[in-house]
Design a protein around this ligand. Structure first.
Ligand SMILES: [Ca+2]
Ligand SMILES: [Ca+2]
Length: 547
């Protein structure tokens, strides 16, 4: 153990933040390629291949931006700016292939109710945790058919984040993002293998992974009335133990309108994705979506608050217009029933970057993707406009930002990496709808931020980049005795809220873009979460497809 610890310390000491900040995985041949030489005294940059100079350019603006997008030939290069340590980088058609796979493999690593054998999990193999076959109905989730203290079986699903609990609301946007990735880029995912137990079957692995959570989600619905429970959790968070060592009793907690609407949206989406593949299962998903929708119509304002005696994540949301709109949009696309278009239009959400509590844009995205199949009542011009105006706004922010990432101080809240990646996802929709190339370049820039073109000169994805998180707030990574953390997790990233500052060692900086510590204690800046990894997988795939 001491030897492992020493090795870890040495590895950490050896890794240094780049002074020249750029995407530490390199670039695709056609990518926009930018680096920041912050603080450089020199006025120009050089790119070398071996001893040969292949490009020279002027550094732009006060932040000293180097734009070497003109370089498109695959190969190994070095970026040089006088006075700063040179940095090697790569241009390759497969520069993001491994990251894209790892970003999805994370969901396998976070599966509940199953062992992870070494064949698939390598050094991060572990015994099964949380069978969740005898989950007690908490008074907050009780109904005539699910009486207090009775037990239900609710296995599978993903652990939400650094903890071992399962939440309907946050798994909603997460599962949708994986399903949308497949809807948008089916050929890419048909070819992608994740080395999971289902890699041998004919189904794309991203869909096998989505099913792991959908199977669990279906059990969260009360079959008697269509209501959906908020979460399946302990009463309190576990200690720092492996899944199989976590023995606290599990409860079905709460019922809420937001849980029912998240469930309706995701099941409606899943039912169309699986329609040809598993017709019976798809039909069951569609019925489940419709009954959850009906329950939400009859119970439109049942908000969730943690009941007394329960302190696990709340995912409370007081604004549900966006959830109604999202569920209506997905039900409309799936069923073609014009009344769902009217229900969507009644809430017509303002365009905005998606997040777990702000899901209206997901509806606009699905409507745009399926616009050719919609009925005559659908306003296609409006659907396109709502997607395009948000992409255009984010493109302008990118143009205006000193670092050319488009991020503003306000974006450095809890989960700033997820915020950046969801901004990229929105920009990608603009490009997919015929927008200019610069929308893809702006998405690339946000991806670059997550992988090293940031004020800390570090990657925020475990296992990727020259300097990456070593101590994420992720219980298995902390408790497994393996030095490297489970790879492929994007951590929350800089968070100017400093929400855990009283609990953790001091943050080296409280500047919004630098308020980060690579310490297990920091749930506010270094936790992992399924809803941040889903857009990482989406964006990695989109950049590879759209090039
Ligand atoms: Ca498969
Ligand atoms: Ca909301």
């Amino acid at each position: 153990m001491r030897a492992l610890l020493l090795a870890s310390l040495l590895a950490t000491a050896a890794a240094q933040a780049n002074e020249l900040r750029l995407n530490q995985l390199g670039f695709l041949p056609g990518s926009a390629k930018w680096a920041v030489a912050e603080g450089a005294k020199a006025g120009e940059f050089r790119v070398l291949q071996g001893q040969r100079e292949v490009l020279r350019g002027k550094l732009q603006s006060t932040t000293k931006l180097a734009d070497f997008s003109a370089l498109k030939t695959p190969g190994d290069y070095e970026l040089q700016v006088a006075g700063l340590a040179p940095v090697k980088f790569r241009i390759a058609a497969d520069a993001y292939a491994e990251l894209g796979r790892a970003a999805l493999k994370v969901f396998y690593f976070n599966r509940a109710s199953t062992a992870l054998p070494a064949e698939f999990a390598g050094p991060w193999a572990r015994p099964a945790g949380h069978a969740d076959t005898e989950v007690e109905v908490h008074p907050s989730a009780a109904s005539p058919s699910r009486v207090v203290g009775s037990k239900i079986s609710s296995p599978k699903g993903w652990y939400d984040a650094g903890d071992y609990n399962k939440y309907t609301v946050n798994s909603g946007i997460t599962t949708w993002t994986l399903l949308a990735a497949h809807e948008h880029f089916p050929a890419f995912f048909q070819a992608q293998k994740l080395a999971i137990p289902e890699s041998a079957n004919a189904l794309p692995d991203v869909l096998d992974e989505a099913l792991w959570n959908l199977d669990w989600l279906l059990t969260m619905q009360d079959p008697a009335d269509g209501s959906v429970a908020n979460k399946l959790t302990n009463l309190h968070f576990d200690g720092i133990v492996m899944p199989h060592e976590a023995k606290a009793p599990r409860y079905l907690v709460g019922r809420s309108t937001s849980a029912a609407l998240n469930f309706a949206a995701v099941m409606a989406t899943a039912s169309r994705v699986f329609k040809e593949i598993y017709p019976e299962r798809a039909s069951r998903m569609r019925s489940a979506a419709e009954s959850a929708w009906r329950w939400a119509q009859a119970n439109p304002a049942l908000l969730f608050k943690n009941p007394t005696g329960v302190s696990t994540g709340e995912y409370g949301d007081a604004k549900l217009d966006d959830e109604f709109a999202w569920a209506a949009a997905e039900l409309y696309v799936t069923t073609g029933d014009a009344s769902f278009w009217q229900a969507f239009l009644a809430k017509a959400p303002k365009p905005g970057v998606p997040g777990w509590a702000d899901v209206g844009q997901l509806g606009w995205i699905s409507l745009a993707h399926h616009r050719e199949q919609l009925g005559a009542e659908a306003d296609r011009a409006l659907i396109l406009q709502r997607n395009r105006e948000l992409a255009a706004e984010l493109t302008q922010r990118w143009k205006d930002s000193a670092w050319r990432t488009g991020l503003r101080d306000a974006d450095f809240g809890w989960g700033s990496s997820g915020q950046a990646l969801n901004q990229a996802l929105v920009l990608i929709q603009g490009r997919r709808l015929g927008g200019p190339r610069e929308q893809l370049d702006a998405a690339q820039a946000l991806f670059d931020h997550v992988l090293g073109r940031n004020a800390l000169g570090r990657s925020f994805v475990t296992g990727f980049g020259v300097l990456s998180p070593q101590h994420p707030h992720h219980r298995p990574s902390e408790a497994d005795g393996v030095v490297p953390p489970v790879p492929g997790f994007v951590v929350g990233g800089p968070n100017r809220g400093l929400d855990d500052a009283t609990h953790c060692p001091p943050y080296p900086s409280t500047e919004p873009a630098k308020a980060y510590i690579d310490n297990f204690c920091s749930w506010a800046s270094n936790e992992v979460a399924i809803n941040w990894n889903a857009p990482l997988a989406y964006v990695a795939a989109a950049l590879q497809v759209l090039k």
